[in-house]
Design a protein around this ligand. Structure first.
Ligand SMILES: [Zn+2]
Length: 267
């Protein structure tokens, strides 16, 4: 799987913040990367209001989780462009900031613009978004709801931040998971979710978060290193035209191994 990355993704750091440049640095030692294409600021309007974009650009306050400064807009735009590049090439967007908590008119939870929703909308095809971050992709769900070309399928810990993702509707299916869920249980639920899905995608975007790991400080699931290979294998065997966008995952030391295991079976 081709991996897309831009050096600007290392250019911001917030003091005492889990979402740090170190998350990418270890993975970069393992993989060759390609630069993302430029698509221009108007891509943000695929998922966000102009008011929201102006807010991020202005550097105005958001919240403690999601610090803002005038430089954040340009880096977050690049992260969205990287997701589209990955979507057009069945690749992996190794980018930060992540995006799945950002909604049409709000930023939160380390996310400014919703990279995967922007990429899915840009494709203008039937796109299945599978969100495997330990936290519910509330922003993605808010953006794609009522869009019949996109279906959101999410597995996430409950209870956990941001507290949403309990119910399912026409174009989104949520699978809340108990604290302590193991890799074996996780794979069983993911397989069941794919079996049940009626939506026929032309592309599949995976919001991959590695915060389902058993050593993760921000959550309480119990996935082990080898489980990421099993999940990647299952998805690569069952789905076509797959692209991946990095969301969370904060156990820095083992992130490169999780990335390597997860991507092993994708071509
Ligand atoms: Zn997360």
């Amino acid at each position: 799987m081709k991996t897309y990355y831009h050096p600007d993704f290392l250019k911001y750091k917030h003091a005492l913040h889990s979402e740090s440049p170190e998350r990418l640095k270890g993975i970069l030692k393992k993989v060759k990367t390609l630069l993302p294409k430029k698509y221009g600021e108007e891509i943000l309007l695929l998922a966000h209001t102009q008011e929201h974009i102006n807010h991020i650009k202005s550097g105005a306050l958001i919240d403690r989780d999601t610090p803002n400064n005038p430089g954040m807009h340009a880096i977050a735009l690049k992260s969205a462009e990287c997701a589209i590049t990955a979507a057009e090439n069945n690749g992996f967007s190794l980018a930060r900031p992540p995006g799945h908590h950002a909604g049409p008119d709000y930023a939160m939870g380390f996310c400014y613009y919703n990279n995967i929703a922007i990429a899915a909308k840009y494709l203008k095809k039937n796109v299945l978004i599978i969100d495997l971050d330990v936290h519910h992709g509330n922003g993605t769900q808010d953006i794609i709801k009522n869009d019949e070309k996109i279906h959101y399928l999410g597995l996430h810990q409950n209870p956990a931040y941001p507290g949403t993702g309990i119910t399912s509707e026409l174009n989104y299916s949520n699978y809340p998971l108990q604290l302590g869920t193991t890799g074996k249980e996780y794979l069983k639920i993911l397989t069941h979710a794919l079996d049940k899905l009626k939506f026929k995608p032309e592309h599949v975007g995976i919001s991959i978060g590695f915060d389902t790991y058993y050593k993760e400080n921000l959550a309480s699931l119990n996935l082990m290193l080898e489980d990421y290979e099993k999940i990647g294998k299952l998805l690569s065997e069952r789905l076509e035209n797959v692209f991946c966008v990095l969301e969370g995952g904060y156990y820095i030391q083992d992130l490169p191994l999780m990335f390597e295991n997860f991507t092993k079976h994708f071509i």
